[in-house]
Ligand binder design. Structure first.
Ligand SMILES: NC(=O)c1ccc[n+]([C@@H]2O[C@H](COP(=O)([O-])OP(=O)(O)OC[C@H]3O[C@@H](n4cnc5c(N)ncnc54)[C@H](OP(=O)(O)O)[C@@H]3O)[C@@H](O)[C@H]2O)c1
Length: 246
């Protein structure tokens, strides 16, 4: 079993979906989780209620990762409250799908702002702490869309491919400081993120997945836990796919 005692993990978008699955995997392993949410206070409430036994080890903060000043303020809070932290999971993400010719400019920009600039901001402040303590784990949640592209997802695919490129570059910059930077790429995972898929679409997608089913947040979480562990010390600049073989 992995041991995250005395480790603090920051997880963006930890209130629901994959981020919640990751947070709930860290807690029994001893980590303190600083989760962020964007606007869904209800989901945060539910999280606290469900995970009461770990309440000492959970702290949720409201944060729009696309806002540089909010991110800066979040890190001031983190530093003044906890001093330092050890693990950063950039999980927050949005979709605003449309075929490229019909894609509205604000939808292009918003997806890039949240999914890509948000990761840049979060990493920029994190590595300051990580460099001074000569230890850190960064895991960014990308998507197969960034590797193979999906029709209607030019903005999303570009943001997720950019995230992989950012991670690879950063991994080379900080490797000598004991910091690893990797991506996890989930396939179709049953969360609100894909609530808009019709039953017909779900059936078709499932047929193309070798394991013939969608994944769960927990199945993504275990890949993240592995990469976040001290045992994964020789893995950096890579992407672990959790796609059922897609
Ligand atoms: N589900 C899939 O099939 C799938 C597949 C591949 C990759 N992914 C990636 O996995 C990650 C998590 O997806 P999910 O399925 O868990 O999605 P989800 O259930 O829709 O959750 C999205 C999370 O992102 C947060 N968020 C949204 N906008 C934000 C912003 N501007 N600033 C900060 N946080 C923000 C949300 O906070 P609120 O709750 O407050 O709104 C929520 O916690 C995303 O990066 C997504 O691209 C998902």
């Amino acid at each position: 079993m992995y041991d995250f005692s005395n480790k603090i993990a920051v997880i963006t978008g930890a209130d629901r979906g994959i981020g919640k699955g990751i947070a709930e995997a860290f807690l029994p392993l001893g980590a303190k989780v600083i989760g962020t949410y964007h606007s869904n206070k209800n989901a945060v409430e539910k999280f606290y209620n469900k995970n009461k036994i770990y309440s000492q080890n959970v702290d949720f903060q409201q944060l729009d990762v696309s806002d540089y000043h909010q991110v800066e303020k979040f890190y001031h809070y983190l530093e003044s409250t906890y001093g330092t932290f050890h693990i950063l999971i950039n999980n927050s993400g949005i979709r605003k799908d449309a075929i490229l010719g019909m894609m509205k400019e604000p939808d292009w920009r918003r997806v890039l702002d949240v999914n890509l600039s948000g990761v840049f901001y979060m990493c920029k402040f994190a590595i300051r702490s990580f460099i001074s303590q000569k230890y850190g784990r960064i895991i960014n949640i990308t998507s197969p869309s960034g590797k193979i592209g999906f029709a209607g997802q030019a903005n999303y695919a570009a943001s997720k491919a950019g995230m992989v490129a950012l991670s690879k570059s950063l991994s080379k910059e900080v490797a000598k400081k004991g910091i690893t930077v990797n991506c996890v790429s989930p396939g179709f995972i049953d969360t609100e993120f894909i609530n808009d898929l019709s039953e017909e679409q779900r059936k078709n997608y499932r047929m193309n997945i070798p394991l013939k089913r969608f994944g769960t947040p927990q199945e993504v979480a275990w890949a993240v836990i592995f990469l976040a562990s001290k045992e994964a010390s020789y893995i950096t600049g890579t992407t672990l796919e959790v796609t059922g073989g897609l």
